[in-house]
Write a protein that binds this ligand. Sequence first.
Ligand SMILES: NC(=O)c1ccc[n+]([C@@H]2O[C@H](COP(=O)([O-])OP(=O)(O)OC[C@H]3O[C@@H](n4cnc5c(N)ncnc54)[C@H](OP(=O)(O)O)[C@@H]3O)[C@@H](O)[C@H]2O)c1
Length: 319
Amino acid sequence: MLAALAAAWSLLAAAWCLLAAAFLAALLLLRRAPAPRPGGAGLVISGLFQDLIRYGKTKRGCGQLPGWLRLLQVPKRWFTHFYVVSVLWNGFLLICLFRVEFLGESLPSWIQDMHHALGRDSQSKDMDSEHFSALLVLLLLWLHSCRRLAECLWTSVFSSGVIHIVQYCFGLGYYIAVGSTVLCQVPTNVRNGKKLSVQICWYHIIGVMMYIWASLHQHRCLAILANLRKSRSGKVVSLSHSVPFGDWFESVSCPHYFAELLIYVSMAITLGIHNVTWWCVVMYVLFNQALAAVLCHEFYQKNFSSYPKHRKAFIPLVF
Ligand SMILES: NC(=O)c1ccc[n+]([C@@H]2O[C@H](COP(=O)([O-])OP(=O)(O)OC[C@H]3O[C@@H](n4cnc5c(N)ncnc54)[C@H](OP(=O)(O)O)[C@@H]3O)[C@@H](O)[C@H]2O)c1
């Protein structure tokens, strides 16, 4: 049992775990941080901390930012860039993996180097179903990025909200890292020209069904947010924030974050449930989205006195 766990553990799993731990620590710190004394060094550190964990509407109401911090903000609408990078990078990886699996070609040498450094041991068991799982998850990730890009361009209505430049750079790196993590889940260097025979398993079907269900809800919730700023004819009439109703908004403040978590869980199922590295990615998404949801929930409670009391922040009935 221990040996199996050790074999499943990788540098990538450790890195994702570390990131998850950083977001969990930020979540705990947010709950316990004492109010800093005016003028003290604590105020600068606390301001920097708040600036790094908040973005968009949750940045409002935490005081005017010092001049030098204001210089480091970029428009939140630049979220679009994350998905442009993801569509291009993960599309490229998808084509590479497809050619390896179905045409018997090799990966480009620089990707092989990355794979050697971070990927699965080439001596580990090499099964067709695992190769197909990774290909399917890379396809799901790419489709997810395409949908999010389309939503950023044609559905969402952005205000003048901002994000910190560190968050922006992190977001760009995130989608490169997440696709590369999927690629590293197969020992691609041992196929020796052998072509993949597709084996569809029960977990592929359940994973894909859950992915479609969560994606539909995420899209509906993002459309509800966009419609708050549009007239019946679809014209943008306001850029303010108001209280959303409908779909999963009836249970939680941030159903689109909950749907994001479900999408990553559905990928873990598609990978066959046992993939430790991907569960570390899921843990990262859980704490990252929980932190954003707690801040968003507080924003609604602070700004709207009649905000529905029964709504949780992130996970229906739980949290
Ligand atoms: N996997 C990850 O690591 C990760 C990280 C972050 C986000 N995401 C995903 O990306 C998606 C978008 O995330 P996000 O943080 O940008 O969501 P968000 O802050 O809720 O914003 C989504 C859109 O709705 C608008 N909006 C938000 N609240 C509103 C309100 N009360 N009234 C009217 N309009 C409102 C926003 O405009 P403004 O903010 O411009 O005002 C923006 O256009 C989510 O599905 C999330 O799960 C994933």
